[in-house]
Design a protein around this ligand. Structure first.
Ligand code: PHE
Ligand code: CO
Length: 296
């Protein structure tokens, strides 16, 4: 039996009304996972591992192997933490599910990554509207072993605490940055475009769509462009943003965002699917790109 997570309230955010669970940090109840839970992990793990060959960033695949995650059983947070703490000082903590924004930011700012302890039901294998253990562990945890990405995640948490004090509009801008990097980011490798965003790597359909479908735009990373760009939570993305390196994330986000938020407050948001003059547009096949000098 899956223990049921406890929903306590709903919160109105940029993503619509989302369930918010208790904020408590909980010990992973590992022995309570059912045989069905472990089988769900195994099915998802094996399926994504196959899909991600030649699609996920090489860092993602290598780091996942360093953790020694296998399809055999749901990993124990304690085992992963031994590897993680030594490498980058991050620690996984168990939670019931989505957290209020400030609580989430404070965890990241202290190098604690909240992982939902429960896994989806078998009928939710292909789609679940909220993060579960598979998304959090399989999707987010591997890159926390990368020093530049690990620093970026902490900086994001600090930036979140700050944006929370500035106001709702600043939070909308910052949340879009998380969405288009941590959740749905692509990276340009020597051998072409690859996935590093956890929302993609934990989804079979989107792993294929983001690289192979002619429909979505693949645009070069641009901080303020991303902060202005709306996104959808209920369909595949219409636009993905491509970084050159994890270091680029750290460097581009180092400046104080306070004046940027003020300037963005004067500008309209950009619909999710638009391509604008000045966007750097990537070709999905070759991974080459060009500067768009007219509206498409
Ligand atoms: N430099 C940002 C700020 O001043 C902090 C930040 C870093 C935000 C990295 C996001 C990612 O708010
Ligand atoms: Co996520």
């Amino acid at each position: 039996m899956n223990a049921q997570p406890r929903r306590v309230e709903h919160l109105q955010t940029d993503k619509g009304s989302v369930p918010v669970y208790t904020t408590a940090v909980i010990e992973q109840p590992w022995s309570s996972y059912s045989r069905e839970d472990h089988a769900t992990w195994a099915d998802l793990f094996e399926r994504q591992q196959k899909i991600l060959v030649g699609r996920a960033a090489s860092e993602f695949i290598e780091n996942q192997q360093r953790f020694g995650m296998t399809p055999d059983a749901i990993p124990r947070f304690d085992d992963l933490n031994r590897v993680l703490k030594k490498a980058t000082g991050w620690e996984l903590i168990g939670v019931e599910g989505l957290l209020p924004e400030l609580t989430f930011f404070e965890h990241l700012a202290n190098r604690r990554f909240p992982v939902t302890w429960w896994i989806r039901r078998p009928d939710q294998i292909d789609y679940i509207s909220e993060p579960d253990l598979f998304h959090d562990l399989f999707g987010h945890v591997p890159l926390l072993l990368n020093p530049a990405f690990a620093d970026y995640m902490q900086a994001y948490g600090c930036g979140g605490v700050k944006a929370h004090g500035i106001g709702a509009d600043a939070l909308v801008n910052l949340t879009r940055l998380y969405w288009y990097t941590v959740e749905f980011g692509l990276i340009k490798q020597d051998d072409g475009l690859r996935i590093y965003g956890s929302g993609i790597v934990s989804s079979k359909g989107e792993s294929i769509h983001c690289l192979e479908s002619p429909a979505p735009n693949r645009l070069g990373f641009d901080l303020t462009r991303i902060m202005r760009t709306r996104y959808r939570i209920d369909t595949y993305q219409k636009t993905y943003f491509v970084i050159d390196s994890y270091r680029q994330l750290m460097d581009a986000t180092a400046p104080d965002f306070t004046p940027i938020y003020a300037q963005l407050a004067q500008q309209d948001s950009i619909p999710a699917g638009n391509v604008l003059q000045g966007d750097f547009v990537y070709n999905r096949g070759t991974g080459e790109g060009w500067l768009n000098d007219g509206d498409i």
